[in-house]
Design a protein around this ligand. Structure first.
Ligand code: HEC
Length: 112
């Protein structure tokens, strides 16, 4: 009888630990391709702060910069790091982190 209770207790502790680990992973897990709304919202905020001045609030383009709605993430990453002399400034990792660019890319892709 006492042994039986111990098994129940151990099972309970193990389950509690597993759900703790699962919860922790869920919090800072790698972004997947089904981007959560929060991820896109952060991308939009970064876009508004750094890019909207030239590309427009909805990335639809202005007199200065072209329409970049639906632009692929890989192209965005390349363009943002390299820039284009005389046209578009390059952004360093200190200005926008790789994750930030990834978020901006996800936001732009979601606009298509
Ligand atoms: C000072 C104005 C300016 C800012 C700020 C700016 N851009 Fe641009 N961007 C341009 C211009 C002008 C072009 C077109 C020339 C070119 O293709 O290099 C361009 C081109 C691009 C392109 C390539 C479009 C294509 O069809 O080839 C992408 C992608 C892009 N910008 C993304 C961004 C992102 C993301 C940001 C913010 C992190 C940003 N830009 C900030 C002016 C700007």
């Amino acid at each position: 009888m006492r042994k039986g209770w111990r098994v129940v207790l151990i099972t309970f502790v193990v389950l509690a630990l597993v759900s703790l680990v699962a919860a922790a992973c869920g919090d800072d897990g790698e972004p997947t391709h089904s981007h959560p709304a929060e991820f896109l919202a952060e991308g939009q905020a970064l876009f508004s702060a750094n890019c909207a001045g030239c590309h427009g609030a909805g990335a639809q383009g202005t007199d200065i910069g072209p329409d970049i709605t639906g632009e692929s993430e890989s192209k965005v990453l390349k363009q943002v790091r390299k820039g284009d002399p005389g046209e578009m400034p390059a952004f360093t990792v200190d200005q926008i982190s790789d994750e930030g660019v990834h978020k901006i890319g996800a936001f732009l892709e979601s606009l298509d």
